[in-house]
Design a protein around this ligand. Structure first.
Ligand code: RB5
Length: 147
């Protein structure tokens, strides 16, 4: 599985903590920035990661900003993206089990590195259950084409 990961300045340190878990889990990733501590705009990185996932070049994405809210709102604007803001472990598991989420968003000012690492582990060791959830996800996907 290839994972695209991005953050703004507020998520930079947590991104490093998350990357160490990706290495531990032997998951392939590409860090799409930011690589700077200077202030930047989270929608720019949400777009990079969301487009990379929506194009099919990457199967999953991770986006980190101060709260995770801006990243999730921006990423969900890209057709085909199901970005889930998960600042605790139960939501991370359910985002995969029930929603077939393809981008995990985390708030660096909400959770510490230890919790974030457990969130990442829960998310990437969980899978979509399909069944009754498949039709619901199909309805989400159909919203992309509505005017
Ligand atoms: C940046 O200050 C902050 O607004 C951003 O990281 C994020 O929390 C937005 O949702």
């Amino acid at each position: 599985m290839k994972i695209a990961i991005g953050s703004d300045h507020g998520g930079l340190d947590l991104k490093e903590a998350v990357i160490s878990v990706l290495r531990e889990l032997n998951l392939e990733f590409e860090d799409m920035g930011t690589h700077e501590r200077s202030s930047c705009d989270y929608p720019d990185y949400a777009e990079k990661v969301a487009v990379a996932v929506a194009s099919g070049a990457f199967e999953q994405g991770i986006l980190i900003c101060g709260t995770g809210i801006g990243m999730s709102i921006a990423a969900n604007k890209v057709p085909g993206i199901r970005a889930a803001l998960c600042n605790e472990i139960f939501s991370a598991r359910m985002a995969r089990n029930h929603n077939d989420a393809n981008i995990l968003c985390i708030g660096a000012r909400v959770v510490g590195p230890g919790v974030a690492q457990e969130i990442v582990k829960a998310y990437f060791t969980s899978g979509f259950e399909g069944g009754r959830h498949a039709g619901r996800v199909a309805k989400i996907n159909a919203l992309d084409t509505r005017k």
